[in-house]
Design a binder for this molecule. Sequence first.
Ligand SMILES: Nc1ncnc2c1ncn2[C@@H]1O[C@H](COP(=O)(O)OP(=O)(O)OP(=O)(O)O)[C@@H](O)[C@H]1O
Ligand SMILES: [Mg+2]
Length: 504
Amino acid sequence: MLNVDKAQEIAAGYVTEGQAVRLGSVVVDGQVDASAVIKLPLATLNRHGLVAGATGTGKTKTLQLIAEQCAAAGVPVLLADIKGDLSGLARAGEAGDKVAKRAKETGDDWQPTAFPVQSISLGTGGPGVPVRATITSFGPILLSKVLGLNDTQEATLGLIFHWADQRGLALLDLKDLRSVISHLTSDEGKADLKQLGGVSASTAGVILRSLSNLEAQGGDEFFGEPELAVADLLKAGTISLLEVGELHNKPALFSTFLMWLLAELFQELPEAGDLDKPKLVFVLDEAHLLFSDASKAFLEQIEQTVKLIRSKGVGVFFCTQLPTDIPNAVLSQLGARIQHALRAFTPDDQKALAQTVKTYPTTKHYELDKALTSLGTGEAIVTVLSERGAPTPVAWTRLRAPRSLMGTIGVDAIREAAKASELHAKYAETIDRESAYEKLAAKVAPPPSGQPQEEPQGEPQKDEPGALEKVLTSAPVKSFLRSAASALGREITRGLFGTAKRRR
Ligand SMILES: Nc1ncnc2c1ncn2[C@@H]1O[C@H](COP(=O)(O)OP(=O)(O)OP(=O)(O)O)[C@@H](O)[C@H]1O
Ligand SMILES: [Mg+2]
């Protein structure tokens, strides 16, 4: 069989009726066939995908390419701009020999094009429009991930949320949470603490200290109001770039924020059924950050979110160096695979390579282990889901070049554009309305009506190590924990991760 015939045979599996992202053209035995086009159907973008590859192999440019064509088709995109190099999406690309060559090889009538971009940043420290979320809305599970709490501490934080929720004490920012915990561990809060049962002052102290760490990392300017409304990310054809900027040193906050957004989207969007194109494409770059040190509960929630968000018309693309960074339960749900070159230097590399090969459909045209290690820059081994939902033939693909600028436009330009953005007026200023901090500062909040506050009986609970464990296993506390858990459980069915709707 001639190489051209092979290329055409592969491309025949990529014919679409509806709109599609044109990724590039088929390569067989080092020869590219411009007319053998590899496409990613918009109709199956909500079946999710993976973009992986070693450093410098072209992952970010692939994301840029996908974002451009989605935007051009009117699909909103959200992606995290870890290194600032995606900000180039806002500016037309530069013509040149390399781009011209690639355009010819991939049958692309390349034109320099700028795309509508809105840049956002977590809190007021970054170059984009500052976006925030409230502590209440984040909920105890996500916050525990941000704070790096263990299971016991996470349970304690859940009880503290429960207490504040019952009292109508709004937890909007970190100082609200801090004041609630400080109250519970103070003399006048002893009775409340006792009523809560499972919370020991020492565990509360650990949580307080972790809050301080987060504050030191700038978390205090992220938690609060006005909270980001997901509708602002759903404007047709607009690319929202999460400019991570200084955030390198708080990866936990960045990745948890993205999970919070997914949970919010799940809550806000109606069931969509099968759509011609997704309502949003959501790209999780540096996805390994999400999974490292994650609790079992957190991982299960990610798995659930990814599974369920599909029916809301949201497509999630994970981007990471090694596919093995992603847990199998999540990996098995990703319909599209765009695998850039892998390295095979170490035994670990080789193991990852062998595992990656296994996740592909069989192909008679390539030796996959060899192919995966010999791909050129801006090339990938691709398989996607066809419009009928079946895996397409494995295709060594030379990717098209992005039409916008490859590289950053610079922090100053990002900042200027953010100031001119529609979102600026809505989100630039932090609002600090009355919440738990102010209420507790004024006076201790009254108990909820119908629930008389118990007088503390006997000796106040001691904080010796092990006290919490004893308390946690006592019968009344167990039943209380169950009811607290079911209260949280209700929130989880309302929103994944136990995130709450904004209380107004
Ligand atoms: N599709 C493409 N078209 C043209 N050039 C490309 C393409 N993909 C990659 N390149 C070239 O390769 C370089 C590296 O690509 P890219 O920044 O996307 O790598 P990466 O995998 O994201 O690396 P890192 O892991 O370091 O972030 C680009 O600067 C560009 O010069
Ligand atoms: Mg990159």
